[in-house]
Design a protein around this ligand. Structure first.
Ligand code: KET
Length: 397
């Protein structure tokens, strides 16, 4: 029956992470997947999360089906976190938000919804982007194209070319944008650049789909949400996928949200209805535990401020590691290839290492980065950064 089923070649991120787990070498270093590890190389369990788990488990314990759209307390907390507590669009009730299975689930529900209403549109993602963006949107039946983004010579942004490409898109094209901490490059738009994009999105009648998987890892929770807030305030119809995998260190709980900013309340209610219809057709309704924990943290002032300070410490530690590897590479790696460790933001730095150099890093030194050259700097710590710097210097200089 299945003799024609071909072997799955694997995923460039998740399969490499599995290879890492199987590697028997004790000094191996995982800088491949976008996961934050602490200074001892451990996956943190945040104190605020732990306390919320205890509170949730001390509750009644019944596990009914959630509504298709998810837990109400969670959905409203998502809206306030993504759009800010004084958001006019939220007050006007024109944002439709639902609980999703991580950021990936938000992208999937959003793309299936868009395919139903805009079957002839095409999707445009940055060059490069998170590998799974293409897979997800193609999976919904879209043709996926790229717009210029990263400048490999400078380690910065090709903003003029990006804007020109987006200006030339057909109406109702879907433009995937990273809110902050761009994956894989760590290069983001500044405020002026986001502002310049707004009239283009409006005048060209484009559908912005903002992916925010790293809120809090760039400059701060509010600062990182500049783009979705700007678009919502400007009255741009857009979709925003957000994830709590990284900023709550709750990867396996699959907590995310999809918000669609609509023209008015009535439209938002109809959109929410059709999003829940997409959910029903896929997995019926989302799970309870992770969302209860996240909602508990976000809606309890003491837990919320504890979480914010823990997240702030994670962000600071990543910055310290950027400085540490930059220092370790001085004298070995030069110019933009060195400076990008400091100029790029969030979990990733696009090192410029070739696939062949990446293979050597893994084979000779047990250091895992993606073959695209993406390094997860959130996997560096005081014990491994020296080893990593020497290994990178050896293969790159
Ligand atoms: N968007 C982006 C930009 C992203 O980097 C990830 C995960 C997600 C969405 C998915 O989030 P989640 O809540 O886990 O569904 N990225 C890391 C892990 C992965 O590839 O799945 C990564 O790039 O390593």
């Amino acid at each position: 029956m299945f003799e024609k089923v071909t072997a799955y070649p694997g995923d460039p991120i998740l399969s490499l992470n599995e290879d890492f787990q199987r590697d028997p070498r004790s000094g191996k270093v995982n800088l491949s997947i976008g996961i934050y590890f602490d200074d001892n190389g451990k996956l943190p369990v945040m104190e605020a999360v732990q306390q919320a788990v205890q509170q949730v488990l001390a509750g009644p314990g019944a596990r009914p089906y959630l509504p298709m759209s998810g837990l109400a307390d969670y959905r409203s907390a998502v809206q306030s976190l993504v759009f800010g507590s004084s958001c006019e669009a939220q007050k006007a009730g024109r944002i439709a938000t639902l609980q999703t299975l991580g950021g990936s689930g938000a992208l999937k529900v959003g793309s299936d919804f868009l395919k139903r209403y805009f079957p002839d549109s095409q999707v445009w993602i940055s060059d490069p982007s998170w590998e799974n963006h293409r897979v997800l949107f193609e999976g919904s039946g879209f043709k996926v194209n790229t717009y210029p983004y990263y400048d490999s010579n400078t380690g910065g942004l090709r903003f003029d070319e990006m804007l020109a490409a987006i200006e030339g898109l057909p109406a109702r094209s879907i433009v995937l944008l990273h809110a902050c901490c761009h994956n894989p490059t760590g290069v983001d738009l500044n405020h002026e650049q986001w502002q310049a994009l707004v009239p283009v999105l409006r005048e060209r009648n484009l559908i912005a789909f903002v992916d925010m998987a790293y809120q809090g890892f760039g400059d701060g929770l509010d600062e990182d949400a500049y783009a979705p807030r700007l678009l919502a305030d400007a009255g741009i119809t857009c979709l925003v996928a957000n994830s709590f995998s990284k900023n709550f260190s709750l990867y396996g709980e699959r907590c995310g949200g999809l918000s669609v900013v609509c023209a008015d309340k009535d439209e938002a209610q109809r959109v929410l209805g059709q999003l829940t219809c997409t959910v029903r057709a896929n997995y019926s309704n989302p799970p309870t535990h992770g969302a209860s924990v996240v909602a508990r943290v976000l809606n309890t002032p003491a837990l919320r401020s504890l979480w914010e300070s823990e997240l702030g410490a994670m962000r600071e530690r990543i910055l310290a590691m950027r400085h540490a590897i930059h220092k370790g590479l001085q004298g070995h790696v030069h110019g933009p290839a060195l400076e990008r460790y400091l100029s790029q933001r969030g979990m990733f730095t696009y090192t410029g290492l070739s696939a062949e150099q990446v293979d050597r890093l893994r084979a000779q030194y047990g250091v895992y980065v993606l073959r695209s050259g993406r390094m997860c700097v959130a996997g560096l710590n005081k014990n491994n950064v020296g080893v990593v710097a020497s290994a990178v210097a050896a293969v790159q200089s």
